[in-house]
Design a protein around this ligand. Sequence first.
Ligand SMILES: Cc1cc2nc3c(=O)[nH]c(=O)nc-3n(C[C@H](O)[C@H](O)[C@H](O)COP(=O)(O)OP(=O)(O)OC[C@H]3O[C@@H](n4cnc5c(N)ncnc54)[C@H](O)[C@@H]3O)c2cc1C
Length: 394
Amino acid sequence: MFKKIIIIGAGIAGLTIGSFLKKRNFNNFRIYEKSEKKENVQSGIQVPPNASRILGFLEPRFFNNNNFIKQDYLKFFSQYSSGMYAKMKISDVVDDKTPYLTCYRNNLLQVFDQFLGANDIFYKKKVVQIKKDHSYSKVIFDDGSEDFADLVIFADGIFSQFKKENNLRYSGYVAFRGVIKNFFSENFDSFNSISLWSGKNKHLVSYYTNQDNDISFTGVTKDYENELLKDITINFSNKFSTEKFKTDFKGENKNLKEITDNVQAVLCWPIYYLKKNIFFEDNQIYIGDSSHGMVPFQAQGAAQAIEDAYILQDEIFKNVTTNLGVFFTKKRSDRVRNVILRSIMNLYVFHASFFVTKIIRNLLIKFLSVNFLLKKYYFNKLFNYNPRNTSYYF
Ligand SMILES: Cc1cc2nc3c(=O)[nH]c(=O)nc-3n(C[C@H](O)[C@H](O)[C@H](O)COP(=O)(O)OP(=O)(O)OC[C@H]3O[C@@H](n4cnc5c(N)ncnc54)[C@H](O)[C@@H]3O)c2cc1C
């Protein structure tokens, strides 16, 4: 077993692995985070069943409060016509104990507060360099201080600076995100639904994030107008023109119009991904976005970070030391690759723009929605992945 573990980054990946280490009584670890604790950007997040299952291992029923919404349906619309073309019940393909959830990202992070305290997470500590000796690594911070560990886990997100090769790529797509507080609609019954509007080279997703009726929306469009967006600083709090967002996304659908009419502020997020998935280099392990930052069109980025964290801590407790990176890669690479493929495929499905491809897309989604067995087959491996039952690896 490792004597001391350092985790770089207190995002979803870092907090998940830290919480599991703590829960299983391994106390000799430290999480170093470059920012302050408070996350200012208000945005929603989808927590699919494969992630809620693992978070449930930490704290069963962590979602039984006003900060989480259980989602029963996926609803599909077109931006250019009224009415919905498919309504897919997703709650019937997953266990009630592992629901499809939505919430504010901050509320998801709060789940970890009961496990991790001031002796575990150190904020405003930016790691700038790692120096390796044969049996330990020296971690050096921007304030000149140092720490040592025999295992360093990189959970420092998609812009991780520590790999030998920089394989960060701009996707050419931009996300526009925001929330509408206390959104109430008489004609749009969507409290337990995730709604998706497809358009030409764009789509918009919305869902409720809490019992106070706050709605989160994410519009994604091809960056065909403003190549400069890729150069704006990547802090995910760049304000974008609300009027321009409304013009681009309003469309003809009455429910969509109702949402866009209520938008008051929009933040802009250029979408990046990593060309190559790297789970380890030498004795350094990468988890979450630092390993396999992906385009977010399957809403699985955080979920895969949570899966990584669970699998890695499990290997650590199995006393795997010398070949930890190899064992970890073996258990994660196929699954992550499959999720990334689904994510990319979704982009083409959501953005289909030719008449014939749109008709085929709508028919296929309709068919998937009404055919229980097909739906179960399609979602089973993704949502019912259970790391405590190895038959679910894929
Ligand atoms: C538009 C959009 C929508 C998304 N929606 C969803 C969704 O609905 N569901 C979902 O599952 N996923 C979603 N994702 C993906 C998800 O947000 C990420 O996959 C997830 O946050 C990755 O977690 P992480 O912990 O690996 O990285 P991060 O959350 O990026 O955390 C990395 C942490 O490391 C810190 N750090 C970085 N460098 C250093 C350093 N040198 N020293 C110390 N600390 C450092 C950072 O400050 C940060 O806190 C979405 C992504 C986008 C872009």
